[in-house]
Design a protein around this ligand. Sequence first.
Ligand code: PEP
Ligand code: MG
Length: 689
Amino acid sequence: MSERTLRVTGRLGLHARAAANLVRVANQFQSTVTLHRLDNSVEADAKSILSILMLAASRGTNLRIVAVGIDEVTALDAVCDLFARNFDEPQIGERQPIAVQEELRCKGLGVSEGIVLGRVLRLQDGTRDVYRAEIDGADLERERRRFRAAVRLSRRQLETIKERAEKELGRGHAYIFDAHLLFLEDAKLTRDVEDYIVKERANAEWAAKVVGDRLLSIYMQINDEYLRERGSDIEDVIQRLLANLTGEGRSHPKLSEDAVIVAQDLLPSTIAELDLNHVRAIATDSGGWTSHMSIIARGLGLTAVVGLRDFYYRTRTGDQIIVDAQRGEVILNPLAATVERYEFTAQTSSPTVTVAPQGVSGPVTTKNGIEIALRANVELPTEFEAIRRFGACGVGLFRSEFLLSRPGLLLSEDEQFGSYRALAEAAGPEGAVIRLFDLGGETGYELSDRPERNPALGLRAIRFGLKNAKVMRSQVRAILRAAKFGNLRLVIPMVADVADIRRAKKIIAEELASLSNEGVEHAQVKIGAMIEIPSAVLTADKIATEVDFFELGTNDLVQYTLAVDRGNDHVSDWFRTLHPAVLFGINRTLQVALDSGIPTIVCGEMASTPAYVVLLVGLGAVDLSMTPAAIPRVRSTLAQIDTAEAEVLAKRCLQCAIADEVEDIVRTEFRIRWPQLFPPKALPAQLAD
Ligand code: PEP
Ligand code: MG
C-alpha cells in the first residue's frame, strides 16, 4: 500500500472537469486508488467520477490518497502529479475566472413582455414521468440489455454533442460532456441500476430513476454551492438515459421562487405540467412568435425569449440569468454592474398586463360604427378567469389538447366533461368554441413511440382523431354532454377538405345518437372547420356548405402557405405574416364565408396584434379571438379605426407581390393615418425599421 496526504488547492475544488481528469489518470493503472477525506470518514474510488464528486472536496479539503496494487507507486505519483498540476486546468486559475462565470449575452426573439432576473432551471424535454413495472424473472436479462442499449445510445449522442460543442463553443465548454460520458461509464451508476433491476425485479426506467435520484440527493447535500450546482450534470445524464429508454421520462423538479426555465424546446405538455406560479420566465433554444410555447407565455404574462440556438448547453441549473423580452436578449451570469442596472429596469417594466377598465366588455364598435367581437383564446384552465377579467365575448378557441398534460396520457370522458362544463360556465352567454384535440405536429403529443419524420405534415389534428376514433369519440361525447350546461360549439382542426369534415361529422352524429339511445343528458352543438391549410382555403366554398362556421387559424395558414415551420428559428426570416399569399388566403376565406352566410372567427396570433388586426378588419373580419391579455389593446385600437380606411389599405396590400412591399405600406401608411396608435415601437418586430 502506498499513500500520501494532499490538499485540494483549485478554486473550484474537485469539480466535474477535475474529477474527469483524475478518473482518466487513475484508469491508466491496475492498482486501486482511493481518496479519503481527513475531516470525515468519506472516501471515494478515484476511478469513479460519481464517487469523486460525492466526496464534495472543495478548496482546502485535506485528502489521503491510497494506492494498492502492483503499480501502486507509479499510480500514486501520477495522481499526485495531477493534483500538483491543478488537474491540467489553465482556465480555472486564480486570475482567470472560468468561462461560465463570465457574462454571456445571447440574442433571440422576445415573444412577450418584461425583464426578469432569476436563476436558471434547466429542463430537458422529451422525457416523461416514470412508472414502476414488475418484471418477470425470465425477462430480467432482457431488461438489463435494454438498459445497456440506452447507455450505448446516450454515449453516441453525447459524443456527437461533444464534437459539435468543441467546434462551436471551444474545448473549454465541451469538457462537460467528457464528464457526462464518464458518468455513463461509471459503475456506480450502471452497476447499481442493473443490480436494482435484478434485485427489485424493476423495469429499467424505474431503476435508473431510483439510482439517479439517490445520487442526486447525496449530491444536493454538498455544502459547496458551486459543486452542488453541478448536480445538474448528473441530472442531465439521468434524463438522457430515461429519454432513451422508450416512452417514459422525468418528473419535474420543485421550482424555486425565481425559476427561469431554460430548455432546448418546451413542449406544451411540459408547460402544462409545470407549477407556473413559480416560473418567472422562459428562455428556449428553438421557437418562434407563433410556437405554442410563445402563445402560452403571452397568455400567462410570462416573460419569454425564444430562438436562442445553443444557449441551453451553456447554462447550468442555478446560474443567475436576466431574461429581457423587450430586447429579445438573455444574459447569463451577469456582472454585478449589469444586475444593478437591470434590477432597476426590471422594477419599472415587469410584464405590463393591461386589465380591462371596470365594466368594459363585449364587442367593440369601430369609429364608423362596425361592431367587432373580441373573444379569448384559452389553453389552460388557469386562464378561465382571464375571460371575464379582460372583458372577452366568451371563448373563440379552446385548445383542448392542453388538457392532456402528459404525452400518451388521455383523459377519461368524465374528466373531460368536467373541464368542458367548467369552460362553458366560465365563458358565459357568449359561449366557447372547443377545438377537437389538435394532437401531433409541434404539440409533441404523439401517442406512438415512433417519431414521425415530418410531424407538421403528419398525423396531426383531425387526421389523428380519425385514425384514433376512440379518442375522438370520447371527446365528442364529453363536449355534447357539457353543451347541456352552456353555450358550446365544436371546431374541427386542420381540415384538408370536405372529406375530413364528412368523416368527422359522421362520428359526431353517431355519438349524438348513442347518447340519445343511452338516455344521457346532452345538447346539439354547432360544428365549425378550422381553415388553416391551403387546400381548405382553395375549397372553402365546398367546406362552407358542410359547416356552421369557419375559424381562421392564421398561425398555421402562414406555416403551410409559405412552407415555413412555425417553431424553427432557422427559417424565422421566411415566416412572413404579411405575405401577400397569406393575405390572399385570409381574404378568400372571409369572402367565401360572407357569400355562404356563415360567420368566421379569426383566431391565430394575428388577431392578438393591433397592427395586423387593422388589416384583418380591412379584409372584412368582424369576429376576432386572441390571447385574453391582448383584448384591451385591440379594443382601444379598433375604437379609433375607420374600417373603410382599413379596407383601402388592405386592398392595396393584396396587390403586392412580396411581403416587403406589404410591410412597407403598413409601416408608412399606419404612421401617417394613425400616428398616435402606431408609433414605431408599437409595431410588431417584423415591421420594425
Ligand atoms: C392557428 O393555427 O392559427 C391556430 C389558431 O391554432 P394553433 O396555433 O393552435 O395551431
Ligand atoms: Mg392551427
